[in-house]
Design a binder for this molecule. Structure first.
Ligand code: SAM
Ligand code: SF4
Ligand code: SF4
Length: 344
C-alpha cells in the first residue's frame, strides 16, 4: 500500500475523535459561561455519530495509515457506554494506540480499570493549577484540583501509563502555578506538559499577550531545576521533552504558538457529528456523516477521506507565526471552530 500523504508530504497517522460537544466544566478559556450557559444548545443525540459510524470511519482511516486514535471532546467520559466503543476501536486492524484526554472528573478507580480493560493504552488529564481555589476559578464549576490528582492516581494504578497531565498556561491567570505544578509531579512518573495558550475558536477572546511562550516557561523551570533536553521521540511529536537532572522524571512544553510544529503534523480530527477537520484551526469541516447515512460504500468513504487528506495544505500555526508581527494583539478569529466542538 502506498502511503497517503498531503501536499506537504505529511502522512495521515492520528485521528482525534470528539465523542461529544458537552462538558461538565466551563473552563474560562474553552467554554466560557457567557457563551456556554443555560441557553446554549448542545447537539441533540441523533446528530452525533453513533458507535457503528465512529468505528466505520476509524476502520477506514486505519486502512489509509492511521495507527493512533485519541478520544476527546468536550468531556469524552460523558459519552455513555464509551467502553463498548473502545473495545470495538481496539479490535481494528492497524490501530496500535488508543489514548483518551479527560478532565478527570469522572475517572474513578473503577472507570480507570474499565477503560484499560476495554483497550485504552494511555490517558492525558488536564489540570491548569494545583491551587484549589485557582483551579476552581478556571474550571468555573468549583471542581477541586485535589480530585483531579486522585484521578491521576487511579489512571496510574490502572496502568494507563505513561499518564500525562496537560496544563495550559495563561499570563496573569496561572503562570504562577508553573513551579508548584512541576513540584507536584516530580518523582511521580507522571509527565507534566505545559501548553502555550492557543487562539483556538473565537469564544475565548485570545490575545497574543496572554500567551506565556515556551521559552519563558522553561526559564521559570530552570530557575529552580536543572533540565536536559531529550531527543524527539516519535515523528510528529508535539512536545519538547526535558529530563530533570536530578532524576525526578520528565517534563514537556508544547510550544504550539511560539515554535509551531505543522511540518510534522499527521493529525486529523473528527467532530462529534462526523465532520473531518485537517487542522485544529479549521474553519470548515468535511462532512462524512452524510455519505455514511446515505448508503456510501467503504470504498466511497475511503476515496473521499483520501481526497481530503491529499489536498491538505494546512499550516495555520506556522502562518500565524509569520503574520504575528503585523497582526493586531487581539488576533482575527474568522469563525474558527471551537476546541470543545472539534476536540483538543
Ligand atoms: N475535556 C477534556 C479535557 O479537558 O481534557 C478533553 C477536551 S479539551 C478541549 C482537550 C485539551 O485542550 C485540554 O487539555 C485543554 O486544556 C486544551 N485546551 C482547550 N482550549 C485550549 C486553548 N485555547 N489553548 C490550549 N489548549 C487548550
Ligand atoms: Fe471541558 Fe476540557 Fe474544555 Fe475544560 S478544556 S471546558 S474540561 S472540554
Ligand atoms: Fe497541525 Fe494545524 Fe496545528 Fe499546524 S496548526 S500543527 S497543521 S493542527
Amino acid at each position: 500500500m502506498s502511503t497517503l500523504t498531503d501536499t506537504r508530504s505529511r502522512p495521515l497517522r492520528d485521528l482525534r475523535i470528539s465523542l461529544t460537544d458537552r462538558c461538565n466544566f466551563r473552563c474560562t478559556y474553552c467554554m466560557p459561561r457567557e457563551l456556554f450557559g443555560a441557553e446554549h444548545l448542545f447537539l441533540p443525540r441523533r446528530e452525533l455519530l453513533d458507535f457503528d459510524e465512529i468505528e466505520r470511519i476509524a476502520r477506514i482511516a486505519a486502512g489509509l495509515g492511521v495507527t493512533k486514535l485519541r478520544l476527546t471532546g468536550g468531556e469524552p467520559l460523558l459519552r455513555r457506554d464509551i467502553d463498548v466503543l473502545i473495545r470495538r476501536l481496539a479490535a481494528i486492524d492497524g490501530i496500535d494506540d488508543i489514548c483518551l484526554t479527560t478532565n478527570g472528573s469522572l475517572l474513578t478507580e473503577r472507570r480507570a480499570r474499565e477503560l484499560k480493560a476495554a483497550g485504552v493504552n494511555r490517558v492525558t488529564l488536564s489540570l491548569d493549577a494545583i491551587d484549589d481555589e485557582r483551579f476552581m476559578a478556571i474550571n468555573d464549576v468549583g471542581f477541586p484540583a485535589a480530585k483531579v490528582l486522585e484521578a491521576v492516581d487511579h489512571a496510574v494504578a490502572a496502568g494507563l501509563t505513561p499518564v500525562k497531565v496537560n496544563c495550559v498556561i495563561q499570563r496573569g491567570v496561572n503562570d504562577d502555578q508553573i513551579l508548584p505544578m512541576a513540584e507536584a509531579f516530580r518523582h511521580t512518573g507522571v509527565v507534566l506538559r505545559f501548553i502555550e495558550y492557543m487562539d483556538v475558536g473565537t469564544s475565548n477572546g485570545w490575545r497574543l499577550d496572554d500567551v506565556v511562550p515556551a521559552r519563558e516557561i522553561l526559564d521559570t523551570l530552570r530557575s529552580r531545576y536543572g533540565l536536559t533536553r531529550q531527543p524527539a521521540g516519535q515523528p510528529g511529536e508535539t512536545a519538547n521533552r526535558w529530563h530533570y537532572d536530578d532524576g525526578a522524571g520528565e517534563i514537556g512544553v508544547i510550544a504550539s504558538v511560539s515554535m509551531p510544529f505543522c511540518g510534522g503534523c499527521t493529525r486529523a480530527r473528527l467532530s462529534a457529528i462526523g465532520e473531518l477537520y485537517t487542522c485544529l484551526f479549521g474553519v470548515h469541516g468535511h462532512d462524512l456523516r452524510t455519505p455514511l447515512r446515505s448508503g456510501a460504500s467503504d470504498a466511497d468513504i475511503a476515496a473521499q477521506l483520501a481526497g481530503i487528506w491529499h489536498a491538505r495544505d494546512d499550516r495555520y500555526s506556522e502562518q500565524r507565526g509569520e503574520e504575528t508581527a503585523q497582526r493586531s494583539p487581539s488576533g482575527d478569529a474568522d469563525g474558527r471552530v471551537e476546541m470543545s466542538y472539534i476536540g483538543g
